[in-house]
Design a protein around this ligand. Structure first.
Ligand SMILES: [Fe+2]
Length: 312
């Protein structure tokens, strides 16, 4: 075996960066102490796991959620609640009373997740924007979607319509399915994947961030996406379209049982959802300036690779 081939084989079998599951006790007499180190775990690409659902969902509300039938029309991935507008989207046609009830449950989940995050990760308090909450009532196994929208292919998240400029995508999930787990596969974290693939995906040239800044100042909307956001979108699609990577990448499988909760940076943890139905989720955009391990932020990792700034 040549030295290069041997090195490649070692890299493939022992990746430097993979996600771990970190179990967190749900109840504690000392919440400050229990939160110690959790930000660092998240920022390192690990998943915080709470075995017993800390969100109080009444039996009546759960039965209501389990009875929802979202049509898989293809243009709405999930039912979403937009806290800033207090608005529900993607629910399709349903009686006004049901829509109001669905919205109130998602609002309660969203409010709970914000409080939970503040309590559990005090380092981030006041340094995030509450993005959308979602309800995912469709069985993920065998779900039909165009390739880059598929959930069952390993990827890191990037939002086409909501550029983050390097801020982080943190998501809080709860499995409300009474009997079935939600099954994920994770692979290498962004840290390892960027080392391997960033150049192939194409890193932005010097000065691209200044162009983006000027374009935003002039109100040219299509350029308000920073070079970082443009890269992350390309990276997301590249991973899903790369059948060799999907086949050969390191895989760890996780089963999130009924009633459990988990939190991770989905712009860092590469993930695929293999199966599961009925999950709640809340997204937070955490300021990149709030990181306790700033060097682990995807934007810093990319800037190290390309040698110049990617956002302002
Ligand atoms: Fe995702």
């Amino acid at each position: 075996m040549s030295a290069t081939a041997e090195k490649r084989a070692v890299t493939a079998s022992k990746p430097a960066f993979v996600s771990r599951m970190v179990e967190v006790a749900s109840a504690t007499a000392d919440p400050v102490r229990a939160s110690e180190g959790l930000a660092r775990e998240l920022e390192s690409g690990n998943i915080l796991f709470f075995p017993r659902m800390p969100f109080a969902l009444s039996e009546d509300d759960r039965a209501f959620l389990l009875a929802r039938k979202q049509t898989d029309a293809g243009y709405h991935k999930n039912i979403a609640y937009r806290p800033a507008e207090d608005r529900l989207t993607g629910a399709g046609k349903m009686p006004a009373r049901d829509a109001a009830k669905l919205k109130s449950i998602l609002k309660a989940y969203s409010d709970w997740a914000a409080q939970f995050l503040n309590e559990r990760i005090p380092e981030y308090a006041g340094r995030w924007v509450r993005d959308f909450a979602s309800y995912r009532p469709i069985e993920e196994k065998g779900r039909k979607a165009r390739l880059t929208a598929r959930n069952d292919l390993a990827h890191v998240d990037a939002f086409p319509t909501r550029p983050t400029h390097g801020d982080r995508i943190l998501r809080v999930f709860v499995n409300i399915n009474p009997t079935k787990g939600r099954v994920w596969v994770t692979s290498e974290t962004f840290e390892g994947l960027a080392e391997r693939f960033a150049r192939e995906v194409g890193i932005p040239g010097t000065g691209a961030h200044m162009f983006g800044k000027m374009a935003r100042a002039l109100g040219i909307r299509q350029w308000s996406r920073s070079p970082y956001d443009a890269f992350m979108l390309r990276f997301h699609d590249f991973l899903k379209e790369n059948s060799e990577f999907q086949r050969d990448c390191v895989k760890r499988q996780w089963d999130f049982p009924p009633g459990s909760c988990w939190i991770c940076y989905t712009d860092m943890v590469s993930h695929a959802v293999l199966s599961g139905q009925f999950a709640l989720e809340q997204t937070f955009l955490i300021s990149r300036h709030a990181m306790t391990l700033p060097e682990k932020s995807p934007i810093r990792i990319l800037e190290r690779i390309c040698g110049h700034p990617l956002s302002n």
